[in-house]
Ligand binder design. Sequence first.
Ligand code: HEC
Length: 145
Amino acid sequence: MKLRFAAVALIPFAAVLALGSAVHAQPPTKSIWDGVFTDEQANRGKALYSENCASCHGSELTGGEMAPPLSGGEFMSGWDGLTIGDLFERIRISMPQNAPGSLSGQQNADILSFVFSANKFPAGQTELPKEAGILKTIKFEVKKP
Ligand code: HEC
């Protein structure tokens, strides 16, 4: 009888634990400041950016007549506190605006590397992955933590 009570009493506890781990399945564990792309990748991205993005966003990422800048204060503060995965998804779904979805995940990851490099985030030893799930674990933050 006592044993049964103990088992029942444990159920809500287990449920809370399960729920907790589901909600926190992928908390941002890394920062954009941790060196999350390589220089070589940013170079590849630069060529892709020139071809697919510069016509609207400008070769210096300063924006154009219609398109917003992809560098500087407004861009940075707009994404501050979100994840690289969010930015990646935004590009994957809606850009290039004249042909959304036409680029591969790898190409988008390379372009993002170039955008980060142009915004003076540090390069590192490993390439930025193209899996949105992993990218959601990397936080975009304007200030170095
Ligand atoms: C034909 C013009 C055009 C091209 C090409 C284009 N964009 Fe855009 N982009 C826009 C416009 C216009 C907006 C703002 C309206 C909107 O969100 O659709 C925008 C918005 C964005 C935003 C959101 C900016 C913010 O801070 O909210 C990102 C990121 C972006 N573009 C990235 C890219 C990338 C990367 C490429 C190349 C793969 C690209 N764009 C190509 C026109 C373009």
